[in-house]
Design a protein around this ligand. Structure first.
Ligand code: NAD
Length: 366
């Protein structure tokens, strides 16, 4: 049962990430409740509302924004839509939780931050890795000094490729695996190391497997040099069958730690007949598999939404906001430019007139 001071959430979008956010909000009824959903495909918002017990469903998100019940909007629409929906939500006086990546261009990031600041609403950047319990524990150990001076942080996220067509269309997504998955690792390394200044970025990108489906990169290694001297290394791949994989490694002069978020928390399982669900993007449940439990909790989604709801009430200060998203966006730009030019790119890096980050890679290859 929702508490009377719980933050009233409206979700824009009704598919993959919308279901995830709905699950997260329903897990924290003491601080948040779902009151509305908007999604353009006929019937989808209504079906979502029924699935999650949401009282109001709209096909146009601008109608949701008119609903005075909604205090905080969670944007789970494709990347290309993030900026406009954020700006409209801010103008309607709603706090915004925006899914990753924040947007497509740095100009959009500036406009989103500006609109929210002017409207006096929060712009919260949904990077759940800041809340994933295993990764939070690793950071606590690092901050306590367990590893001495941390000089290398690695994050990798790999799966067999996105579930929806728009991810593969770079006009809508802005880029491939680095836009989609690399944004997590960039944010993670930066956060883990205490949000230091980014000095330079080097990235190696390729379309190894999915040339028939996308112009985007499906595999990349990105190296981030921080002003502190520490290095972040991010592996992003759409070429790994067998289900989602998300791991970190942390190295200091006094020790190291490793965390495997999914397989490391799963049950090594063998089944000849298969079963319903093992892990996100696993094509089969027959033979040896790694079924996860408490999947959303292990990712940190309910913890993230709890933090954001408490920020809206003024009980906590955001650890992931519009500026976080913009920092990630600048590193994304630098990563694509680096892959295009075959060299390190120094930050600050704010090239003008970039329609989408991946153009910086393609332009360099011409
Ligand atoms: N944090 C994470 O780990 C995570 C995981 C998956 C997706 N995401 C992000 O969430 C966003 C959505 O991804 P998804 O996987 O849910 O995609 P999806 O294709 O499954 O769902 C997108 C939803 O947005 C709706 N939509 C499309 N255009 C719209 C518009 N103009 N206005 C309102 N709604 C619109 C679609 O109808 C659909 O309901 C993306 O930005 C993605 O990067 C984040």
């Amino acid at each position: 049962m929702a508490a009377s001071n719980s933050v009233r959430v409206g979700i824009v979008g009704s598919r993959f990430q919308a279901d995830c956010i709905a699950g997260a909000v329903k897990a924290i009824p003491d601080v948040a409740e779902l009151v509305a959903v908007a999604s353009p495909t006929k019937g989808n918002a209504a079906a979502f509302a029924q699935r999650h017990g949401v009282p109001h469903a709209y096909t146009d998100y601008r109608e949701l924004l008119k609903n005075p019940d909604v205090e905080m909007v969670s944007i789970t629409a494709p990347n290309r839509r993030h900026a406009q929906i954020t700006i409209d939500a801010a103008k309607a006086g709603k706090h915004v939780v925006c899914e990753k990546p924040l947007c497509i261009t740095l100009e959009e990031a500036d406009a989103m931050i500006d609109a929210c600041r002017k409207a006096g609403v929060l712009l919260l950047y949904a990077e759940e890795l800041f809340f994933a319990p295993k990764y939070v524990k690793a950071k606590q150990l690092a901050d306590e000094g367990a590893f001495g001076r941390v000089h290398l942080v690695k994050q990798s996220e790999k799966h067999s490729g996105p579930h929806a067509d728009w991810f593969w269309d770079v006009a809508q997504s802005g880029g491939g695996a680095v836009m989609d998955l690399g944004c997590h690792g960039i944010a993670f390394c930066w956060w883990f190391l205490g949000k230091p200044k980014v000095q330079s970025v080097y990235s190696q990108m390729a379309t190894q497997v999915h040339r028939d489906r996308t112009e985007g990169e499906d595999e990349a290694v990105t190296i981030i040099e921080f002003a502190s001297g520490a290095v972040g290394m991010v592996e992003s791949s759409w070429n790994r069958p067998g289900g989602m994989d998300d791991c970190i490694e942390v190295f200091g002069d006094k020790g190291q730690t490793y965390a495997d978020m999914l397989m490391g928390n799963a049950l090594p399982t063998y089944s000849e007949v298969g079963f319903g669900y093992a892990v996100e993007k696993a094509a089969s449940t027959k033979g040896w598999t790694y079924p996860v439990f408490e999947e959303q909790w292990n990712y940190g989604f309910p913890q993230e939404m709890r933090h954001f709801a408490r920020c809206v009430r003024g009980w906590e200060t955001p650890i992931s906001d519009g500026e976080t998203g913009r920092t990630v966006q600048e590193v994304l730009y630098a990563a694509y430019a680096s892959a295009g030019q075959g060299r390190k790119i120094a930050l600050p890096f704010r090239p003008k007139g970039v329609a989408k980050p991946i153009d910086l890679w393609k332009r360099g290859q011409e």
